[in-house]
Structures are given as structure tokens and as C-alpha cells.
Design a binder for this molecule. Structure first.
Ligand SMILES: Nc1ncnc2c1ncn2[C@@H]1O[C@H](COP(=O)(O)OP(=O)(O)OP(=O)(O)O)[C@@H](O)[C@H]1O
Length: 295
């Protein structure tokens, strides 16, 4: 059997800022070639965690390896093996898209063809446009272009599609999927649950600096076992019923209606429903109980 080392291993990672425990004992493995999404509310500790993995922040405690090395003390070629798309990047305002991408390609030993990268992020018709004249979404695409230019083995995408229109998001998802198909490991943070569901093989939910759930999008928080809600119309108005066996219920309804069931829909909890429940439970658990408060 061929075994490969995980692209990322994290054990007992902690980081505090004066008075704030931003990351509080995180354990995590990300396998090579995996697309992993880190989700969580504002201030949960995602960026702190990711920036420690990227080697941009020091940790207080814990063990971390990224592509086999400690990002706090990386070897010479380590940085060229990772690609980073940060939340907010700026600069290069007076350069054209063509100039920026060609310039940065010179930094990498085995860079992708700049023209291919510009095309891949959908900026083909913006070659001669100065960065200052790009829209917000187009700037984000340029950030992504710079992130993948060096053929990274591991790509960090921090809220990559903020500001994208729906069509651009779909195109971007296609680009991420093709990078993943080529074997690139991807760590994604996002507030878009549909994005995580579409792209990620596994998602980790972080709240209050801890991982509160970690699974495939389909299985997260017991989602696969939750009941379906069947809704239909009757002459007296809409009806709904939760069922673990919706097919059975629909068959019964169909024979009751003698064929087509009016207004029939079947839905299961969305990833967003499950996410909100898990975040709510985590907030409840960290609140001091009434009894303790009055003890
Ligand atoms: N440089 C800093 N100095 C002090 N506190 C910080 C610093 N960076 C982050 N924090 C605090 O650490 C906690 C975690 O922040 P972090 O940026 O990691 O969250 P996040 O999950 O990335 O949030 P968002 O979704 O808003 O980007 C927050 O309470 C934040 O205020």
C-alpha cells in the first residue's frame, strides 16, 4: 500500500493576543490533493490559523508541519511550493495585468506560462488594463492568478470569491476544481456555504478558536441522517411532514391523489442549516450556565 504524508498536520495549535484566545488547541490533518474548507463566524480564528500555516504568524504552542516543514522555520524552497491568495491584497496599481503576471512569474523556478494563467482566471480581455482600473472581482481574479503562478503544491485561498458575481464564482469554482484534479492541495476559507459544499471534500468548522465539527459536507453534524421534509398542497392549504422515509410517504401521497401530488417538494437540511446549528450549539456550550452564574 502506498501511503503519503499529509500536506498539513496540526496538533494542539494555540495562539493568543493580549486577552484573546484566538486559537485554542486545534488538531487537523489535510491530505495531499485534498480540498479542505475552513468555515466559521467572524473572529473564530480562521485567519490566525491559516496565517500560522503560511508562516506569517508565530504560534504560542502546538506542532505544525506544512509540506513536511515547520512553517515557523521553513527551508529555502518551501515558500515557492505554496501559493497564497490573501483576503486583501493591494498594490501594483500602475502596472497592467500583463506586466504584473509576467513580473511575478520571474520569482518562481517553474512558473506556469503567464498567458495561460491570465486566460485561466478569465482576464484575457484585460491584458492591457492597469490594475487600478480593474473591478473588485477582477482584482480578486488577478490575486488568484498570482497565487497559482508558481505551480504550488498547496494553495491557500482566503475568502477567494468575495465580490465575485455569480457567473464569475462558477467560473472560479471550475478553476479550483481543475487545480484539484491536477493534484494541488487546497485550503479554502469562505463564508459561502455553497462554495464549501461545491468544492471541498471535507470541511472543518471553527468557533471560538476550536474545531467544533469536521466531516464531508454531506455528513457534517449528522446531516446525512437527518429527516427530509416533504411539502405538498391540499385543498385546505399547504401541508408538510418530516420523514426518515420520504419515498414511502410520497408513494402514499401519490396513491391518495391518484397520481401527481400538487406542489410536491422534498428538502433536507442544507449545509447552512447544519452550520448554523453547530455554531449555535458551540456558543451555548461556551456560555456559563445559569446555575454556575448564580452559585
Ligand atoms: N493582530 C491581532 N491582534 C489582536 N487580536 C487579533 C489579531 N488578529 C486577530 N485577532 C483576534 O483574534 C480572534 C480571531 O481572529 P481571526 O482573524 O483569526 O478570525 P477569522 O475567523 O479569520 O475572522 P473573519 O471571518 O472575520 O476573517 C478575533 O477575536 C480577533 O479580534
Amino acid at each position: 500500500m502506498v501511503t503519503t504524508n499529509p500536506a498539513v498536520t496540526v496538533r494542539g495549535l494555540s495562539k493568543g493576543y493580549s486577552g484573546t484566545r484566538a486559537v485554542d488547541g486545534i488538531d487537523l490533518d489535510i491530505e495531499q490533493g485534498e480540498v479542505f474548507a475552513l468555515l466559521g463566524p467572524n473572529g473564530a480564528g480562521k485567519t490566525t490559523t491559516v496565517e500560522i500555516l503560511e508562516g506569517y504568524r508565530k504560534r504560542d504552542a502546538g506542532e505544525v508541519t506544512v509540506l513536511g516543514q515547520d512553517p515557523g522555520r521553513p527551508g529555502q524552497d518551501w515558500r515557492s511550493r505554496i501559493g497564497i491568495v490573501l483576503q486583501n491584497t493591494g498594490g501594483h496599481d500602475d502596472l497592467t495585468v500583463h506586466e504584473v503576471v509576467h513580473h511575478f512569474s520571474g520569482y518562481y523556478p517553474n512558473a506556469r506560462e503567464p498567458e495561460d494563467v491570465i486566460a485561466a482566471v478569465g482576464l484575457d480581455d484585460k491584458h492591457k488594463t492597469r490594475v487600478r482600473h480593474l473591478s473588485g472581482g477582477q482584482r480578486r481574479r488577478l490575486d488568484v492568478a498570482l497565487g497559482i503562478l508558481g505551480r504550488p503544491e498547496l494553495l491557500f485561498l482566503d475568502e477567494p470569491t468575495t465580490g465575485f458575481d455569480p457567473e464569475a464564482r462558477r467560473e472560479f469554482w471550475g478553476l479550483v476544481s481543475s487545480l484539484a484534479d491536477d493534484g494541488t492541495t487546497i485550503l479554502l476559507t469562505t463564508h459561502y456555504l455553497d462554495e464549501a459544499e461545491h468544492l471541498a471534500g471535507r470541511v472543518g468548522i471553527i468557533a471560538g478558536g476550536r474545531i467544533v465539527a469536521l466531516d464531508t459536507p454531506a455528513e457534517l453534524g449528522g446531516r446525512a441522517d437527518e429527516q427530509a421534509t416533504v411539502r405538498w398542497m391540499t385543498p385546505d392549504g399547504p401541508r408538510e411532514e418530516a420523514s426518515a422515509e420520504p419515498t414511502q410517504l410520497i408513494t402514499e401521497l401519490s396513491s391518495r391523489f391518484g397520481g401527481e401530488v400538487p406542489g410536491l417538494t422534498v428538502s433536507r437540511p442544507t449545509l447552512e442549516d447544519v452550520y448554523l446549528r453547530l455554531i449555535g450549539e458551540s456558543a451555548d456550550a461556551s456560555r456559563p450556565s445559569e446555575n454556575l452564574e448564580h452559585a
